[in-house]
Design a protein around this ligand. Structure first.
Ligand SMILES: [Cu+2]
Length: 267
């Protein structure tokens, strides 16, 4: 009986001990970056929600256009249920290239520009900041790391961490080692945001990744707002905590009930 009681208590205790682990797993998510627009790019992104409300972002990618800047953002779907990166199916005008507008249907709108310094608001001044986006080295690699303090992290981002997309832009369609208007003309995306004369090569997606984390397992479908809707996936750990507490109190009740007999049988 004592053995049974102990093992029940042990089971409940380990159920409780599991909680901090799963909660911690929820705060770090990763995304495998895959090429878009036949860029040849690939990489990994790690997003860590810090206890103080900050966000640490680490991205390692390769196969990017060497020596030029690459706008990069966390994108969020505003219609839920989309956890894909764009493919040529999204090339609605059939010109052989996925523009940012064509990609938006899959990866959503710009939620959080991943600048190297300064502001990171979803406005053209940050989202398309040529001088504050990472520059690929001579081999086409980008190693990016920045910790954004809580006050820079937009509302709703941490809650939606597991439903975000990581997108790096910038391709060299005419293989001349730079962004130019000769290749694909002007970026209508940038133009619509009030930035004229930006080559489409700058804003076309080169790499995209869907976040895969503990929360991503419970893919939310429908009604997910990019901005600040409640996050159903975050309720799961709380429900688990409640269940574990119930289990623990039940075990204590059982333990209390078996204790007298345990004493009688024992010593
Ligand atoms: Cu983007």
């Amino acid at each position: 009986m004592t053995k049974l009681r102990n093992s029940l208590i042990l089971a409940a205790a380990s159920a409780l001990l599991c909680l901090p682990m799963s909660a911690a797993a929820d705060t770090t998510v990763t995304a495998k970056l895959v090429e878009v627009n036949d860029s040849g790019a690939s990489g990994t992104a790690t997003l860590t929600a810090l206890p103080d409300g900050g966000l640490k972002v680490v991205i390692h990618s390769e196969g990017m256009v060497p020596g030029v800047f690459h706008p990069q953002h966390l994108h969020g779907t505003d219609h839920g249920g989309h956890f894909m990166c764009p493919t040529m199916k999204n090339d609605s005008d059939g010109d052989g290239y996925i523009t940012n507008e064509e990609g938006t249907g899959e990866y959503g709108t710009i939620f959080f520009p991943l600048t190297t310094r300064g502001g990171a608001t979803p406005t053209p001044k940050d989202a398309l900041a040529a001088d504050r986006m990472p520059v690929a080295d001579a081999e086409g690699r980008i190693n990016y790391e920045r910790t954004f303090p809580a006050e820079m992290v937009p509302e709703g981002l941490i809650e939606h961490l597991s439903t975000l997309h990581v997108v790096q832009h910038g391709i060299d369609a005419n293989n001349n080692g730079k962004y130019d208007l000769d290749a694909l003309g002007v970026s209508t995306f940038a133009e619509n945001l009030g930035k004229t004369g930006v080559p489409e090569e700058v804003t076309n997606p080169a790499a995209c990744g869907v976040v895969q984390g503990a929360g991503a397992a419970g893919k939310v479908s429908g009604g997910l707002e990019t901005g600040g809707a409640p996050a159903p996936e975050l309720k799961a750990p709380l429900a688990a905590a409640g269940a574990a507490l119930l289990l623990l109190s039940a075990v204590f009740a059982v333990a209390a009930a078996v204790r007298p007999r345990g004493h009688r049988n024992g010593r």
